[in-house]
Design a protein around this ligand. Structure first.
Ligand code: ZN
Length: 405
């Protein structure tokens, strides 16, 4: 019996050490670029920013030699990384690099296939098994079936023809086909994606592949009239691959709406975490798009806390509670951390003192302060004790914050 307790307590200590290590250690990500029929000079730094701003990753970018140059020196140390993000389509890699990459994935390395990376390496068998589906580059029926959704069911279609097409760029809806996968769990079942190319007629081995989301390629936009795979996963050996066809970044373009889309950004960040670790710990941003409206984030960043506070100031009970929920979630997750709670408390007191904040916003703030407020807010609350609109909520908060009085 004693022995069992000893083993259990040892196990608990080991697990605690392990989970502490995990919290402290960021995943290492490597973005491979340097050749692409897209604006890789613009897209790769953005992809790095997107990963680094989650605070889950430290991200390196490596560039291959330019097209036509000697590729023999290109040999990244894949094994140093938890996940490799491919923003590359171009010259073949040296055989030893290809072998090292295949070994890396077989042994459990994560991969993210971003947009035109699925145009690459038509003749590399293992690569095509990793990406599941690809397009262009001379792909035909010899490379595998077309895969799409029809009448709500996944279809594998061996009709002869070229792989890869897209119509004019436009906004389109992305529809989830799996709402329980770690990458998609908690996202709306349909959301509007900013202007992008809708990759269609992809074909490939499609082995060990799961489609997470599709997009309907409307014939009025030059599309196929099919629900085409937009987000999918593949397993290869022990490796996990996340493939997003979204995120066009055009040569000569000044703006990159597809990359600014909160839906693209969020699924890219979540998909990369999953590929690195098999889990997703990121919450869904408050302003994730729904099926009615596109959400673009200037400079590819989610709303800051200040922006959320300014939205809360406008709150009334008839409005969406999403910003309220966001602040509540932040407060709940900071419970037990007085420094962080105090920083929120100061912002909340500003809402109370604001001339433009609504009464509903102030009532919400008072309810939250009643459990997490410190001495900092008490004197400020006392000034509101005679407010006609707020006196009940103020009294409630003060009673909870000063139980002895
Ligand atoms: Zn493109």
């Amino acid at each position: 019996m004693k022995k069992n307790i000893l083993i259990i307590s040892l196990l608990v200590s080991v697990l605690a050490i392990f989970s502490n290590c995990k919290e402290q250690r960021a995943y290492k990500a490597l973005i491979i670029t340097g050749q692409n029929n897209h604006n890789w000079q613009a897209s790769s730094p953005v992809l790095k920013q997107l990963l680094d701003q989650t605070k889950l990753f430290t991200t390196d970018i490596t560039e291959t030699p330019a097209p036509g140059k000697d590729m023999s020196t290109f040999n990244p140390e894949f094994a140093k990384y938890d996940v490799v993000v491919l923003d590359y389509t171009g010259d073949a890699w040296p055989e030893k690099t290809k072998t090292a990459f295949v070994d890396y994935v077989k042994n459990g390395g994560g991969v993210v296939v971003y947009h035109a990376a699925d145009n690459a390496f038509t003749d590399w068998k293992e690569y095509n098994e990793m990406i599941g589906l690809g397009g262009w580059g001379g792909r035909t029926e010899k490379d595998g079936p077309y895969v799409y959704f029809k009448d709500g069911k996944q279809v594998s279609d061996s009709t002869p023809g070229n792989g890869g097409s897209h119509g004019a760029r436009h906004e389109f809806k992305v529809q989830l086909r799996n709402t329980e996968h770690p990458i998609t769990k908690g996202l709306p079942s349909k959301w509007l994606h900013a202007e992008d190319e809708l990759y269609s007629q992809l074909r490939g081995p499609a082995k060990n592949m799961e489609i997470l989301a599709t997009a309907f390629a409307d014939t009025s936009k030059g599309g196929t009239g099919r629900d085409e795979p937009a987000l999918f996963t593949i397993t290869y050996g022990k490796g996990r691959i996340f493939h997003t066809t979204l995120g066009h970044c055009g040569n000569g373009d000044k703006n990159f709406p597809a990359m600014e889309c909160a839906g693209f950004i969020t699924t890219f960040q979540r998909g990369t975490e999953w590929a690195a670790s098999s889990v997703v710990t990121q919450s869904v941003p408050v302003d994730f798009p729904n099926s009615a409206s596109v959400v673009q984030w200037p400079e590819y960043k989610p709303l800051s806390l200040d922006e959320i506070v300014s939205e809360i100031e406008k709150y009334d009970v008839s409005k969406s509670r999403k910003y309220i929920y966001d602040l509540q979630n932040r407060l709940r997750s900071a419970d037990g951390n007085p420094e962080v709670l105090l920083s929120y408390e100061k912002l909340m007191v500003k809402i109370l003192e604001s001339n433009i904040a609504t009464i509903d916003a102030k009532k919400f703030v008072l309810r939250e302060l009643s459990w997490m407020g410190s001495d900092y807010c008490i004197s400020k609350l006392k000034k509101l004790e005679t407010s006609d609109d707020l006196k009940d909520e103020v009294k409630f908060a003060l009673t909870r914050l000063q139980p002895s009085k």
